[in-house]
Design a binder for this molecule. Structure first.
Ligand SMILES: [Mn+2]
Length: 264
């Protein structure tokens, strides 16, 4: 009998270790998801749960719950945006341009990506999540796009936040363009100061900003592994000039359904 339960998608958390006093939780760590991501997935009929980190120093030992348990139980993985990755994860010493890093989150998410990809379950990365996918496959990042000379343009404007928008050029021959038939240019938000430098093994770039920064990566293997440098979850229709978000989420969920159908 086929499995008719709704798809169950795991979202890896953002982590707040220094909680502002007004929130309470003195001395505690918060793991959280931003609701636009969850609501975007749910609006297309899938369930969402957060995947709390498993840390060596916590009450949870890898012998209790570890990566394979999440991979077994979930149909797909979404990596949220967030803090800079530690450049040591791609073999570089951090420059002064790198913000606060979280080695535990890096390590946990890298393991999640590898676990899901090896199991043939789809992985979708947003912003930092795209950068993390690149590093998981052996790629490197610009620690700061402007300081490292990748561009003179600003890919983040703190005051404008998700209202900062730039152009996108789609490779018309690539998979990503099939989600948007006939579209060769688009507009997307931009809230990042880092970016892909050298692509990881098996990854291809499928869309770029006007100044040539990689904005979409995809793994060419069997498994669905896709990252985008912008935040499609903020393309909620209020600004109709922005690239439609749902075709990408539908493709991710279709891949999750196909993977489940193959094994149920
Ligand atoms: Mn950008």
């Amino acid at each position: 009998m086929s499995d008719t339960r709704k798809l169950l998608i795991g979202v890896s958390p953002r982590i707040l270790r220094q909680v502002p006093a007004e929130l309470g939780f003195r001395g505690k760590t918060l793991q959280y998801l931003e609701q636009s991501v969850a609501h975007w997935v749910m609006s297309l009929g899938a369930m969402v749960v957060m995947v709390p980190t498993v840390e060596r120093d916590s009450l949870i030992r890898p012998s209790h719950i570890d990566i394979p348990d999440f991979v077994d139980s979930l149909d797909g993985l979404i990596l949220q945006g967030g803090a800079d990755m530690d450049p040591r994860t791609y073999g570089e010493e951090p420059t002064h341009t790198v913000g606060a890093v979280d080695a535990l989150r890096d390590r946990f998410e890298l393991s999640l990506v590898r676990g899901f990809a090896e199991a043939g379950k789809p992985v979708f990365g947003i912003c930092r999540g795209m950068q993390l996918i690149n590093v998981a496959f052996g790629g490197t990042l610009y620690q700061d796009l402007r300081a490292d000379g990748a561009t003179k343009e600003h890919h983040v404007i703190r005051e404008a936040y998700d209202e900062h928008v730039h152009g996108l050029r789609l490779d018309p021959q690539a998979w990503f363009a099939t989600l948007h038939p006939g579209l060769e240019v688009a507009r997307i938000n931009s809230i990042h100061h880092q970016g892909v430098k050298v692509l990881g093994r098996g990854l291809v770039a499928e869309a770029w900003s006007d100044d040539g920064i990689v904005e979409v990566i995809r793994h060419t293997g069997e498994s669905f592994v896709v990252g985008v440098q912008w935040h499609p979850e903020f393309h909620d229709g209020r600004n109709p000039e922005l690239l439609a978000a749902d075709p990408l989420m539908r493709a991710f969920l279709d891949a999750a359904q196909a993977r489940r159908d193959r094994t149920s």
